[in-house]
Design a protein around this ligand. Structure first.
Ligand SMILES: Nc1ncnc2c1ncn2[C@@H]1O[C@H](COP(=O)(O)OP(=O)(O)O)[C@@H](O)[C@H]1O
Ligand SMILES: [Mg+2]
Length: 341
């Protein structure tokens, strides 16, 4: 059965979005979204995505972005994924709209169509994500780093709507791929296919019980309720470079959780992208928070993100040879064991 048929079998009266002008036109008419005399000129794939179906709609008057969640991961349809993630994303963007600082960093939610699992947002413009920083000698500029720190400082202090979803199903999915699966000795994932020799390197961490205990404890913290709104997936694929600076998108893993998690993901990806080590100090100095950071937890979450990206399913286009990767992974393991950078 095709994916479309599977979707329609599960949601018989929902709309399955496709890159087809007539079909999208019908959908937007039905939603009464188009202005008077507004016609679709073209549809584009706006950039690389992971979990969802995303389209840029260009009309004779404006452009906007359609994003539909399906009950699977778009890139790997054999992996199921909670469809309610789209309402988390809608709620997240809506929560930032009244914040004078944050609304500059995020697209406005133009329409949320719960029934069809479709979110329509403002088009931030053609831009590229920051996955290019994993390439050799690609530096993330200090201005961009300052913007990312500024964003997190404001986000973590923003007022949380009382009805913000717990996003537990998405967190459980993430929990499995961050804190569990990568560290199982027999998980059926042959790392030598990613990089020759990586499988035997991975055994060092997979057989370190003390390390695994610490990772498990952090996993429990990830799954428990925190006090601040966090983005939940603060890595270069969620940052967009457009004409007026850096924007942050894709908050479908957002929840009320530990601020250290967002900061750790930032730090881990900067290290995997071989950015200057002093960027860690810059983050620690410039991040503004009323509450005190748990630096031990921050170091641990950072180490875990490095390890899980290195030996788990969610691989990155890293430029590291095996020796350099192992050195970084050893450092990551020390952060977890020592609870400090
Ligand atoms: N509001 C937007 N404005 C411009 N481009 C966008 C916008 N939202 C998404 N994109 C582009 O579409 C790509 C996929 O969107 P994203 O929200 O990351 O989807 P996914 O959840 O599938 O990863 C992004 O990497 C970006 O290039
Ligand atoms: Mg994305």
């Amino acid at each position: 059965m095709s994916l479309k048929d599977q979707f329609l079998e599960k949601f018989p009266d929902a709309f399955f979005l496709e890159r087809n002008v007539d079909q999208v036109n019908r959908y937007l008419q039905q939603q009464e979204f188009l202005h008077k005399n507004e016609n679709i000129r073209s549809l584009e794939k706006p950039g690389e995505g992971n979990m969802n179906f995303v389209l840029r709609v260009i009309t004779n008057q404006r452009s906007f972005i359609l994003k539909q969640a399906r009950p699977w991961v778009e890139k790997f349809p054999q992996i199921g994924a909670p469809i309610e993630r789209v309402s988390v994303e809608a709620k997240f963007f809506q929560s930032l709209e009244d914040n004078t600082g944050l609304h500059n960093y995020s697209p406005k939610c133009l329409r949320f169509d719960d029934h069809n699992f479709i979110l329509i947002t403002e088009d931030l413009g053609k831009g590229a994500d920051y996955n290019s920083i994993y390439k050799q000698d690609q530096l993330l500029g200090e201005t961009d780093l300052a913007s990312l720190i500024d964003y997190l400082s404001m986000l973590h202090e923003t007022k949380i709507p009382t009805d913000f979803p717990d996003n537990l199903a998405m967190r459980k999915l993430n929990h499995e791929h961050i804190f569990n699966f990568p560290f199982l000795k027999e998980n059926g994932f042959n790392l030598d296919e990613v990089q020759e020799g990586l499988q035997s390197v991975s055994i060092l961490y997979k057989s370190n019980d003390k390390l695994k205990q610490e990772i498990e404890k952090c996993g429990v913290i990830y799954l428990s309720k925190g006090k601040h709104l966090i983005h939940g997936d603060f890595y270069p694929g969620s940052w967009l470079s457009v004409s007026d600076g850096i924007k942050v998108i894709d908050p479908e893993f957002g929840f009320v959780g530990p601020v250290e998690f967002d900061l750790a993901v930032l730090i881990a990806h900067l290290m995997m992208a071989e950015q200057p080590v002093h960027y860690i100090d810059k983050i620690l100095q410039e991040y503004q928070q009323i509450i005190e950071l748990d630096k031990g937890l921050l170091a641990q979450f950072s180490g875990i993100e490095i390890l899980r990206r290195s030996i788990g399913i969610a691989q990155l286009p890293l430029a590291l040879d095996l020796k350099t990767k192992k050195e970084l992974m050893d450092r990551a393991a020390e952060w977890i064991l020592q609870r400090k950078f």
